[in-house]
Design a protein around this ligand. Structure first.
Ligand SMILES: *[C@@H]1O[C@H](CO)[C@@H](O)[C@H](O)[C@H]1NC(C)=O
Ligand SMILES: *[C@@H]1O[C@H](CO)[C@@H](O)[C@H](O)[C@H]1NC(C)=O
Ligand SMILES: *[C@@H]1O[C@H](CO)[C@@H](O)[C@H](O)[C@H]1NC(C)=O
Length: 376
């Protein structure tokens, strides 16, 4: 090779490198997206739209006349727990999503705009949900669940392919992105002739495909992973505080049809735990859309410190309650979250006002600096 050609080669190589470096520094996310798309094409797979989601009802805050700001938000415990979950999913280095999966907060009509604005500022995608009307059958165990059927609007978020739903009182020990790869979290075909078919007369048709993946609710004393025989109710009953689903308008309509029994007073599911029992019924194991199992260590209900030691990924507990184990751990996480958001807000305030530039800093000359100066 002559030196001339060699130089051209070198120049074009350097130019290409420059282009790649400048593209990647200015359009980092776009570049990653492009790489993802190319990879998907090559491997013949579709890039899925995934999301984490929780549900925030204004029921209790409205009842107690609570309106909070970014400074006194911890007065509203449900709102605080949504912020803590968001901090864990979006920001905390040891737990945040590695795949930048968005965090959706589905809010009811009675959640004030000021509260929604704080969540958006945290980085969450806030989606308003119209109240789902209920009938005479609706007799939840606790009045604070009055808006709970609105949670079913999650199935209308068809802009996503798969969604991991987490109750707002959930906190992370480790990142949860791996749940999307759990073999049980794959979309299933609806079964045509199940043992226990739907009642065509009063129930609306089912989608071709569905997904509801979770694990049976464990009893308080359990191994980790939970083994057979350690269930709270049985191997076929799940807690609706942690599940993977596929949004589907058709399935949403089916749930609504289950809520409107022919005589208006009796549903096929017991309404003490209204949305949980509706989902357990609609996805009964002998029906057309049986729910699927994922690993039990993704999340544990009523956790203890022992579960954490045994490697559970996330915890589901009314952690502000007097009986909760792990209260100290949660208090520390809450402090970390407040510190993170306060620090971020303060830094941007100082930047906007130019306050930091005017500050005169007197830095002490340390022995480390002296050593460095002597050397250079
Ligand atoms: C929070 O602060 C705002 C503004 O100062 C006030 O209007 C509101 O009542 C406070 N909320 C609570 C629960 O203390
Ligand atoms: C399906 O299972 C449920 C309990 O999980 C039971 O109550 C019901 O009778 C079963 N249906 C049929 C048709 O066997
Ligand atoms: C309501 O309908 C259910 C299911 O068809 C039936 O079992 C029940 O007896 C009915 N109740 C009344 C009050 O008519």
């Amino acid at each position: 090779m002559t030196p001339f050609y060699f130089r051209i080669l070198l120049c074009s190589g350097a130019f290409l490198l420059l282009v790649v470096v400048s593209i990647s520094s200015y359009h980092r996310d776009t570049l990653y997206d492009t790489v993802d798309k190319v990879k998907d094409k090559v491997q013949g797979i579709k890039h899925e739209r995934l999301a984490y989601a929780t549900f925030l009802a204004g029921t209790v805050a409205e009842h107690d006349g609570l309106v909070v700001t970014a400074h006194n938000f911890t007065e509203d415990i449900y709102f605080t727990s949504v912020r803590l979950l968001g901090y864990h999913l979006m920001h905390k280095p040891s737990t945040r999503s590695r795949r930048k999966i968005p965090f959706v907060v589905l809010v009811t009509d009675n959640v004030p705009e000021s509260t929604r604005a704080i969540l958006r500022n945290d980085g969450a995608t806030v989606i308003a949900a119209d109240t789902v009307e209920t009938g005479d059958w609706f007799q939840p165990d606790m009045w604070r669940w009055n808006d709970v059927m609105t949670k079913l609007r999650l199935w209308q978020l068809t802009q996503f392919d798969r969604v991991l739903f987490l109750d707002s009182d959930t906190a992370l020990i480790k990142p949860l992105d791996g749940v999307f790869d759990d073999p049980g979290a794959a979309i299933k075909h609806t079964i045509r002739n199940p043992v226990d078919a739907i009642d065509d007369d009063i129930e609306s048709p089912l989608p071709e495909e569905y997904l509801l993946a979770t694990f049976p609710e464990a009893r308080h004393d359990h191994s980790m992973p939970v083994v057979d025989g350690e269930w709270a109710i049985g191997p076929d009953y799940f807690n609706a505080g942690f599940f993977m689903m596929k949004p589907s308008e058709e399935l949403y309509q089916h749930y609504v049809s289950l809520m409107n029994p022919a005589n208006g007073t009796e549903t096929k599911f017991e309404s003490r735990y209204p949305e949980q029992n509706l989902l357990n019924y609609a996805h009964r194991r002998n029906g057309s859309m049986p729910w699927q199992n994922i690993a039990t260590n993704w999340n544990v209900f009523r956790p203890t410190m022992r579960d954490v030691e045994l490697g559970v990924y996330s915890l589901h507990a009314k952690w502000w309650g007097p009986k909760a184990d792990l209260r100290e751990w949660f208090a520390k996480e809450e402090a970390l979250m407040e510190g993170y958001y306060n620090g971020r807000d303060e830094a941007s305030w100082e930047e906007e006002t130019g306050w930091a530039d005017e500050m005169e800093l007197e830095l002490p000359i340390t022995t480390r600096m002296k050593r460095w100066m002597k050397r250079s």
